[in-house]
Design a binder for this molecule. Sequence first.
Ligand code: NAD
Ligand code: ISE
Length: 335
Amino acid sequence: MVFRVGVIGTGNIGTDHANRIASQVSGADVVAVFDVATERAKEVASGVGAVAHATDGDVINDPEVDAVLIASPGELHAEQVLACIDAGKPVLCEKPLAPTTAECLKVIEAEVAAGRQLVQLGFMRRYDAAYVEVKAALDSGDIGEALMLHCLHRNPTAPDWFTSDLALTDSVVHEVDTSRWLLGDEIATVTVLAGKPSPKAGSAQDPQLVVFEMASGVLVTVESFIHAQYGYDVRCELVGSEGVASMDTPTLGAVTRRGGRTTVVPPDWRVRFGSAYQAELQAWVDSLASGEFHGASAWDGYAATAVAEAGLRARAEGARVAVELVDRPSFYAGK
Ligand code: NAD
Ligand code: ISE
């Protein structure tokens, strides 16, 4: 069976996802798209052989659409995901699930009431070969018990509107999911330190150092640096009681000449995580037949937003802030 996918939001990542589903993912076609930027939507639609609809609701309720991919701005996700649940259609929603926990909880309530899993979140690092290897080293027992996780998240530059708060809610939210998934544990507290700002950072407090204390006591450090200039550099090192699992700085290969060697660092997430997006989309499409989704769930999206909210308070108050989660519904056991 070939699943018919509708795409909402044809900006940077929505266009990438639509093109990838159309040309590199087996078992799915893109049949409908919507973006308020209508010309862009039409261009993407014509590239993938889809129809450009007039509203997001037209995509979600189109009888020709079996499943929906949401890549609109984060503040629209909850409403669009709720409409997908209402229509009984599986949805892959880019992170974040929503900017507030109140909105995330509405999604959780609706999905539980629907009685079957429909929502998967776009935390694609769960499909990145390097992160998967680090997790395998821990799960196999090879490095003993996890003690500390050190994460780097460096972007070359960010636009002026990308504030220090967004660095936490839009970028570090990936480390929130990575930490919870790698360690199989919830984040108990968050501390955010903003020290000497980079002269390249404009008005942003950048870099920032974020510390998570996991419920088990494992400590996680995250360097968030959105104006690092030199490239996109995302990696981690997991310190265990009997060894360390780490990943190399991702490079695009090396050039050796004139007595020296230069390695090229990826320019952005598109290049660094290209194969992770590919694996994520293929896995999601493969799950559509069984209805068993193995990526991040709506619960993971809620937990990520709860930690981001605590991070904003931690920054504002200069305090170590506890993360308060509601009781996990039994529906999400093992999801
Ligand atoms: P973008 O601004 O390039 O694209 C967003 C698109 O949504 C724009 O084309 C905009 O016109 C459109 N839009 C605005 N209102 C809309 C509406 N009502 N309905 C439908 N579309 C609407 O942003 P982006 O970088 O593509 O990010 C989109 C989402 O994807 C964000 O949530 C972002 O956090 C996430 N993202 C995830 C990753 C990742 O690594 N997983 C990478 C980039 C972006
Ligand atoms: C972007 O939205 C992403 O999700 C990227 O993976 C992340 O590295 C970047 O910081 C975000 O802005």
